[in-house]
Design a protein around this ligand. Structure first.
Ligand code: S3P
Length: 731
């Protein structure tokens, strides 16, 4: 891209720019420039291969350079520009990485009169506490934001080239004017640094007297991490952006005074409100941050092994969602045990906090929900972000359709591609006003129609518990009766939990009905282990010779046990022990030992009862003798991924004869080989291929596994403890 790239200042930033340029093949001649006092650092940069060469002479540095990156601290930019001024060339593009932009504009104006049009102001939002070229890395800018602040007269071609340079380094580039850039950075970066430095300076003196740091722990370390940054650099940044920082310090002082006064007056309620708002706001930041900076997680599985021992897999996802929803709408305080602390259920929890519900926990799966009553939700201040969770979005769309406030539901890339018409269409028949994209996908813009919904008698075109539950929740706010008839039985946790909360629901055969006449009374909920998570172990132990496993306290609601029925039809040895009813749901311990499996035609009636378990059942089929055929399962194409295509692709890579059909798959059992497959960000695909490792004859690498955290964050540790050689690599 740039035949010659000149980097002025080869420290952490400049060194990382040079490294990123090299690794992304953006230049094959990278020259560093520094002053005499930088000589040692420049020599180190050359020795480490960060730059090809260096010079202490500015003319030599910039001669014939296509691009010059000024990567020195902001306060030295003026002197660098003054050095560059006599040798400034119209054929070169100049850019910087300074974290304040107004000061750079002012410096350039002082040197040149006007900022040259081939000087493109840029700021990568990336860095580290260390300094010096030794700390420079190849991927400092990958998945990081980079702000370009164009001026009116900035040359478009230069801007495009700098934009493309950073995009090719892996950054996400946005354009923002200088004033906005400086105001935002002052609030989100400069002020926190000032506060961290100020606090540690104050407490540091106390520590000298009383050794208080001996007792400081993770909270102190996390809060003060940025006080380890380079003091010179931060002094200069703060001085350069003081006009933005000073008013923010005034606001901070007022905020601290408010908190002081609340403490003086023992005003716990207001204090809680401030802390709870902050908690929610931080979660919003984390969602965006993690959404933007998705970590890549790869599972690597060594072949063989067996599953042995005893385990309790995490709480049921469907019930966890519903416990938050109904607990929030109940009158009184609901205690939940066994709550699934995974991203999907936490997305629902956050949504209800955003609507003003006070929820304590989760701590070890326990929650206390201070119900606000059926009409007590408050308008959320922002969009409700539901991550990867289809259940959250579909059920909430029904619940929110009849509220007295408007709301917007958003989700991650996968959720934003999943069909929502299945809920928006019947809700529209009830009088709801929900706008989706042209394709019928999220974001969903919901206009609350309190008092205006009316019941319908709806026959579902597909067997979906999410659609059924959505309409039942809407029916709690609709005039008259809302009835839903399902073409085949689907999970009935909503109906059971409504009854548990004393809300009347009528079941007649395949039809379930609800009205607005009723209220929810708080009830304690004990969420059993999720049979969908247990399924990976049921299959794993069934296919791996020598396995013998006891899975404790698993929910065996008959609308969820299709996986046990299918595996038994294939010859699996699964015993259901110690059956009991816990909080209105059947629960048991499942004992599974290895047993050779035989291929079957999976009865279509079992499909909705095992809908989430097919990825791992396909693995069972790959290990079975003969052919397994699945049909009537087109719903699998619209789950977190197209589970028919993605599993067929992966199994074929592993050498299995797996032929996808429009509504299922035909698999010839045989040997499973090794290879690299991708989960396409689908948690259950990632876990299913991990389990395949138990019977593979070579290593399996599974890409894109971060979303295992949506349903089963403990999976990798648990499966490892029980006998599968799985390692998890993060980058
Ligand atoms: C769920 C219902 C199922 C299932 C999903 C959870 C629920 O979806 O796949 O993981 O909690 O109601 P459908 O009802 O759309 O099949």
């Amino acid at each position: 891209m740039f035949d010659k790239l000149c980097v002025i200042g080869v420290g952490l930033m400049g060194g990382s720019v040079a490294r990123a340029a090299r690794i992304n093949a953006l230049s094959n001649n990278i020259l560093g420039y520094g002053r005499l006092e930088d000589l040692e650092n420049l020599e180190a940069a050359k020795r480490l291969g960060v730059i090809d060469n260096y010079t202490l002479h500015i003319e030599e540095a910039v001669k014939d350079a296509d691009c010059v990156v000024i990567a020195t601290p902001v306060e030295s930019i003026e002197s660098i520009l003054a050095l560059l001024q006599p040798v400034w060339s119209d054929r070169t593009i100049y850019t910087d990485v300074g974290s304040t932009k107004g000061s750079v504009v002012a410096a350039a104006q002082r040197v040149f009169g006007v900022v040259p049009s081939n000087f493109v102001l840029a700021h990568p939002i990336a860095g580290g506490e260390q300094s010096g070229v030794e700390a420079a890395v190849d991927d400092l800018f990958v998945n990081k934001r980079l702000i370009i602040s164009p001026l009116n007269h900035t040359c478009q071609d230069a801007l495009q080239q700098i934009r493309s340079f950073w995009e090719r380094c892996g950054s996400e580039v946005s354009l923002m004017d200088v004033e906005k850039h400086d105001a935002i950075l002052a609030a989100t970066s400069h002020l926190p640094h000032v506060l961290a430095f100020a606090l540690v300076e104050m407490l540091g003196h106390q520590d000298e007297q009383n050794e208080i740091f001996n007792y400081a722990a993770g909270g102190f370390r996390d809060f003060t991490r940025i006080a380890s940054s380079d003091p010179t650099m931060w002094r200069d940044i703060c001085l350069a952006n003081k006009n933005e920082i000073i008013p923010l310090l005034q606001q901070t002082r007022a905020q601290l005074e408010k908190i002081q006064s609340l403490l003086e007056h023992d005003d716990g309620q207001q204090l809680f409100e401030i802390f709870a708002y902050a908690n929610t706001a931080r979660q919003r930041f984390l969602n965006q941050f993690e959404g933007n900076m998705t970590k890549t997680i790869t599972f690597k599985v060594q072949p063989g092994g067996m599953l042995q021992g005893e385990a309790r897999v995490p709480g049921d996802k469907s019930m966890s969602h519903r416990s938050i929803m109904l607990g929030s709408l109940a009158d009184g305080v609901t205690h939940v045990k066994g709550f699934l602390e995974a991203e999907d259920a936490l997305a629902t929890l956050q949504a209800f906090r955003d609507m003003g519900v006070e929820i304590e926990g989760p701590v070890d799966g326990c929650l206390t929900i201070h119900g606000v009553g059926k009409h007590g939700l408050k308008a959320p201040k922002n969009d409700l972000y539901l991550g990867n969770s289809g259940t959250s979005m579909r059920l909430l769309s029904g619940l929110l359709a009849g509220q007295s406030f408007n709301s917007v539901l958003t989700g991650d890339k996968s959720l934003s591609g999943r069909p929502m018409k299945r809920v928006t269409e019947p809700l529209a028949l009830m009088g709801a006003d929900i706008k989706a994209t042209e394709n019928g996908t999220a974001p969903l813009y919901i206009t609350g129609k309190a008092g205006q919904l009316h019941g319908i008698d709806y026959v579902m075109p597909m067997a979906s518990a999410q659609v059924k539950s959505c309409l039942l929740l809407a029916g709690m706010y609709a005039a008259g009766e809302t009835s839903v008839t399902e073409p085949a039985p689907t999970r009935d946790h909503t109906e059971r939990m409504l009854s548990g909360f004393s809300y009347p629901v009528k079941q007649q055969g395949s039809k379930v009905s609800i009205t607005a006449e009723g209220k929810l009374t708080a009830a304690d909920i004990d969420v059993p282990s999720d049979i969908s998570s247990a399924a990976f172990f049921l299959v794993g132990a069934s296919i791996a010779p020598g396995s013998d496993l006891l899975l404790k306290h698993v929910g065996i609601n008959p609308t969820r046990t299709g996986v046990i029925d299918i595996l038994r039809l294939m010859g699996a040895n699964i015993e259901v022990l110690n059956e009991r009813i816990v909080g209105g749901e059947p629960v048991a311990d499942l004992h599974v030992v290895y047993s050779p499996l035989t291929g079957i035609d999976i009865p279509e009636a079992l499909v909705p009862l095992a809908i989430d378990e097919f990825p791992v059942l396909f693995v069972a089929a790959a290990c079975a003798k003969g052919q397994t055929r699945l049909s009537g399962a087109e719903e699998l194409r619209v789950k977190e991924s197209d589970r028919i295509q993605v599993m067929a692709d992966g199994l074929q890579i592993l050498g299995v004869d797996a032929q996808p059909t429009h509504d299922g798959m035909v698999i010839q059992g045989g040997a499973i080989g090794g290879g690299t497959v991708t989960s396409h960000g689908d948690h259950r695909i990632a876990m299913a291929f991990s389990i395949a490792g138990l019977r593979a004859n070579a290593d399996i690498t599974i890409l894109d596994c971060a979303n295992v955290n949506t349903s089963f964050p403990e999976f990798k540790d648990l499966v490892h403890r029980l006998g599968l050689a799985l390692v998890c690599e993060e980058s």
